[in-house]
Design a protein around this ligand. Structure first.
Ligand SMILES: NC(=O)c1ccc[n+]([C@@H]2O[C@H](COP(=O)([O-])OP(=O)(O)OC[C@H]3O[C@@H](n4cnc5c(N)ncnc54)[C@H](OP(=O)(O)O)[C@@H]3O)[C@@H](O)[C@H]2O)c1
Length: 263
C-alpha cells in the first residue's frame, strides 16, 4: 500500500492501537494528523514518526467527547493546509461493571467518544473523499460488537453501533471509490485495560496492536467491510451468530462475569 502524498488522520494516536496505526501508515509514506487529549504523548509519537519516516506529522490535542470537537479537528487540519485521505476513528474506552452502580456521566462520555465523535468526524471528512472518488475510513469497533455484552453493556452497544454504522457506509460509498472498514480487534495488549481497571473482560489469547493493524491494512486493501483480527476471534464472533440470541447473551454473561478472586 503506497500512501505517498496522502494524509491520514488517526484519533487516539498517542498510545495503543492508534499509535501503531500512525507508525504503520507513516511507514507507507502518509503524512499524519495525530489526535488525542494529551499533547505531550502526541508530540512524542509525532517526533518519533518524523524521525523514522521523514513524513509530516501534525498533532491536534482535543477531547473528542466535547461538543464541537470534530469542528476543531477539521479547522486545525484546514488551517495547516491539509486534507484527509484516510480517517482512522480509533479513540475509545471501555467501562466494566453492571449498569446499576455505574457512573452515568462516565457512560455518557463513553457514548460521546465511541459513537458520537465517530459519526461527527466521518461526517466531516467522508463527503470530500466521495467527491474526490478516493479515500478510506477505518472505524475501530471490537469483537464486543457481535453480541450483547452483560457487565459491559454500554461498551458492547457502542461497538455494535460502530459496526452497524460502518457496514452501512461501506455499502453507501463502495461505488464511489471510497473504502469503509469496521476493524474488530479482540483483547489486545494496550493501556486499554489500565483505563478499564480490570482484565476480567479478556476472552481468549491477547493479541498485539501490530497484529491488529496488519489485519486492518490487509482488509482495507481487499476492500472488505469488516476485519476481525485473529482466527479464533473471527470464529467466535461469526460462530455466535448461529446461536439463538437468548443463548448467546447468557453465554456472554457467564464469560464476562467478574472473577470473584479479583474483586
Ligand atoms: N485493547 C483492546 O483490547 C481493544 C479490543 C477491542 C477494541 N479496542 C478499541 O480499540 C481502540 C483503541 O484502544 P486501545 O486499546 O489502543 O486503547 P488505549 O491504549 O487506551 O488508547 C486510547 C486512545 O484514545 C485516546 N483518547 C481517550 N479518550 C479520549 C478523548 N476523550 N478524546 C480524544 N482522545 C481520547 C487516548 O489518548 P488520551 O488519553 O491522551 O486522550 C489514547 O490515545 C478503542 O476504540 C477500543 O475500544 C481495544
Amino acid at each position: 500500500m503506497d500512501l505517498q502524498g496522502q494524509t491520514a488522520l488517526i484519533t487516539g494516536a498517542s498510545t495503543g492501537i492508534g499509535a501503531v496505526f500512525a507508525r504503520a501508515l507513516a511507514a507507507r509514506g502518509a503524512d499524519v494528523v495525530l489526535v488525542a487529549r494529551d499533547p505531550d504523548r502526541l508530540q512524542a509519537v509525532a517526533d518519533q514518526i518524523v524521525g523514522d519516516h521523514g513524513v509530516r506529522a501534525q498533532i491536534v490535542a482535543v477531547d473528542l467527547g466535547d461538543p464541537g470537537a470534530a469542528d476543531v479537528v477539521a479547522e486545525r487540519v484546514a488551517a495547516a493546509g491539509g486534507r484527509v485521505d484516510l480517517l482512522v476513528n480509533n479513540a475509545g474506552f471501555g467501562a466494566y461493571g453492571d449498569l446499576v452502580g455505574a457512573d452515568p456521566v462516565r457512560l455518557a462520555d463513553l457514548v460521546r467518544l465511541n459513537c458520537v465523535a465517530v459519526v461527527a468526524l466521518t461526517a466531516r471528512f467522508l463527503p470530500a473523499m466521495v467527491a474526490r472518488g478516493q479515500g478510506a475510513v477505518v472505524n475501530v469497533a471490537s469483537t464486543a460488537a457481535f453480541q450483547p455484552l452483560p457487565h459491559m453493556a454500554v461498551y458492547g452497544a457502542s461497538k455494535a453501533f460502530v459496526l452497524s454504522f460502518s457496514e452501512a457506509l461501506w455499502a453507501e460509498t463502495r461505488s464511489a471509490g471510497v473504502r469503509v472498514l469496521a476493524l474488530c480487534p479482540g483483547a489486545t495488549e494496550t493501556p486499554f485495560f489500565d483505563v478499564l481497571g480490570t482484565r476480567d473482560s479478556v476472552v481468549g489469547a491477547v493479541r498485539t496492536p501490530e497484529q491488529v493493524v496488519a489485519a486492518a491494512l490487509r482488509a482495507l486493501q481487499r476492500g472488505r467491510p469488516v476485519a476481525i483480527d485473529g482466527r479464533r476471534n473471527a470464529l467466535l464472533a461469526r460462530g455466535g451468530r448461529l446461536l439463538p440470541r437468548r443463548m448467546l447473551v447468557r453465554i456472554a454473561e457467564r464469560t464476562m462475569r467478574p472473577t470473584p478472586a479479583r474483586i
